[in-house]
Design a protein around this ligand. Sequence first.
Ligand code: FAD
Length: 625
Amino acid sequence: KYDIDRLHCDVLVIGAGGAGLRAAVEARLRGADVLVVSKSLFGKAHTVMAEGGAAAAMGNVNSNDDWKVHFRDTMRGGKFLNNYRMAELHAKEAPERIWELETYGALFDRTPDGRISQRNFGGHEYPRLAHVGDRTGLELIRTMQQKIVALQQDDERRGSEQTIRVLDETTVTDLVVEGGAISGAVGYRRASGRFFAVDAPAVVLATGGIGRSYKVTSNSWEYTGDGHALALRAGADVINMEFIQFHPTGMVWPASVRGILVTESVRGDGGVLKNSEGERFMFRYVPDVFKEQYATTEEEADRWYEDPDHNRRPPELLPRDEVARAINSEVKEGRGTANGGVYLDIASRRSEEFIRRKLPSMHHQFKELADVDITAEPMEVGPTCHYVMGGVEVDADSAQSSVPGLFASGEVSGGMHGSNRLGGNSLSDLLVFGKRSGEHAADFAANASEARVSDGKIAEAVENALRPFANDGLNPYEVQAELQKVNGRLVGIIRRESELVEAVKMLEDLRETVENAAIGGGRAYNPGWHLALDVRNMWLCSMATAKAALMRKESRGGHTRDDAPGMDPEWRKVNLVASLGEDGISLERKPVPEIPAELRRLFDEEELAKYMTPEEYGGDGEEGQ
Ligand code: FAD
């Protein structure tokens, strides 16, 4: 019925960020014919914005570090809701993935004795983030692109067909599931508006996050929750959507750049937070579960930078959820800056030369956007929507979802980070699970029967995508603004039952407005059309978040309930799983995978008791030593 392009491959990778490119490389190395499609330009995926680094327990700066310490930190950061197996694989495999990246040509900053340098970050016990100044994501993507081009040249040299093809500026609108398994996908080229279908027995979703559902966000334009929504519509489960990370330090001024990230490296490299009274307020916000690991005086905190083995960490380096809530409270209680933030000061603590060398992008960003010289003046910062912990539920080892042939890795997948991700753990997550998803997708495709997207499914997808041209509702920019208003006001950093009830109701009321978003013009380069499709995805993700946030009656990581403060050990055992049916999003409680005894023994019983019921941690004293 429709004149469209038809493509075939063994493994279709949707997304060309860190996870997608690492998956593509691995699938190709295992002999698969790979097609990468990406909404963004090749080399411009969200990952390029990553600043601070990739966490891996290489022990280059402090030899006490190892995978067990990294595992412990990750579980603590996620408040023990993490899929333990993902956290274990991640901690064990991250160093290898970083070293491997060097063999692909990455140029990391070095220690004085020539090893890969590692920096401090919130929640990490030792300096652990391999970095390239504050432009680590850019180097990661540059390297991976180079690797892909090298593999393409290798195909050419051997005279064979290219086995990694890349289609950028290309949006996937639908996954196709036929006969109970993936058969491919449908989408369109953004430049021409021309549709295509890909026959593929295995698909890796690597589409990143959902941050554009909030107005104040550090996320790039691509973060419209496409992968989460594609997975839900394909019948896969999505977990933990109530957990959204609000990064403590986004720019607050000028208004036009509100939300742009101020990297945690500023604090890792010595910057401190102060309120309008000049007080270094974080000392008042160390929660009980972290009391033993954080300094109680400024003197001890300052000594830690030089002598971390004999002093405790500064409270500015608590996990992000704690710092974001603290800033929120300071501002609410009237101790914020005129622009509604707090001060982040590195100017009075480090030399100009140090700041320019370690934080070149931050220096440039503040000078250009706010005319602030961070070597001489403090920055003004406040929380910004940054990362979604929730995502497609996958098997930890293979990254496969509940739909046969559908894999997911990177920010679109869920479970690895529990209720709160530690900084630096995303870039390492992309590498570890990007590789695993590519490997398992290639193996799955090798054993699968031939896939073919049926004409009926293509027609359905094309008609659905073209609907905004015939609609008569609001323009999609207004619809997105409405959605952002609901999320910002009612499903933000601090939540309460009455507001969440209102949010679910308002989102329900918005359903028709979203479906009826209308656009004019043609199909070629029509950003209004792109957004009209994106906003459907954002709406679906927002609904999953609001419903899950309403259901979880406790506060944990990236989900803070005013009316249910504190963690509840019974809720620690529960993942909320979203699925899509006739009546929209529904939620189901599912047990969090139980941490096996040998991993539980990495923690003191006293610590486990802060999170778990006595039956779980073996409160008889025999385990948990
Ligand atoms: P992305 O890199 O976002 O790639 C997603 C890809 O999917 C893109 O190519 C996009 O175009 C494509 N896509 C999306 N939808 C579709 C569709 N429908 N069809 C086709 N293609 C689609 N983490 C760290 O660990 N360390 C850091 O220092 C760090 N710094 C950060 C700094 C900033 C400013 C931000 C915003 C985040 C930072 N993070 C950091 C988080 C980290 O960058 C992200 O979590 C990570 O890059 C996500 O990578 P990904 O591969 O999952 O997705």
